[in-house]
Design a protein around this ligand. Structure first.
Ligand code: SF4
Length: 118
């Protein structure tokens, strides 16, 4: 599967500022998914709030756009109910380290195979 098959082209051009690094994060993540040969139907992306959270709108996976700082909590619920799926959670400083800081610590403590990008 080519990298472009993992994106929702209808939502482009993206809304990030010129020069923003989020496009590079999206590209790197899609290249990794493509190299691993993952089916988009086995991936769930969960995001919170902020510019980084827009990534979930651009990928053609199962996606959840949730509330600020709680993306990892939602992802934990999905992973516990459907452990065969691959969870990816892109986060900025707010979702991962400020309002979501406690969820980040407890997700690391549980270590239930969620990929957190921050
Ligand atoms: S993080 Fe948001 S505000 Fe900052 S450069 Fe990227 S799109 Fe613009």
């Amino acid at each position: 599967m080519a990298v472009k098959d993992y994106i929702r082209e209808r939502f482009f051009p993206h809304l990030w500022c010129p020069g923003c690094g989020h496009g590079m994060v999206l590209n790197g993540m899609l290249q990794a998914v493509e190299k691993l040969g993952m089916s988009k139907n086995e991936i769930v992306m969960v995001s919170g709030i902020g510019c980084s959270a827009r990534i979930s709108g651009y990928v053609d996976f199962h996606t959840l756009h949730t509330i600020h700082g709680r993306a990892l909590a939602f992802a934990t619920g999905v992973k516990m109910s459907l452990p065969e799926l691959n969870l990816i959670v892109p986060m900025g400083d707010g979702d991962a380290l400020a309002i979501g800081g406690n969820h980040f610590i407890h997700a690391a403590r549980r270590n239930i195979d969620i990929t957190a990008l921050s």
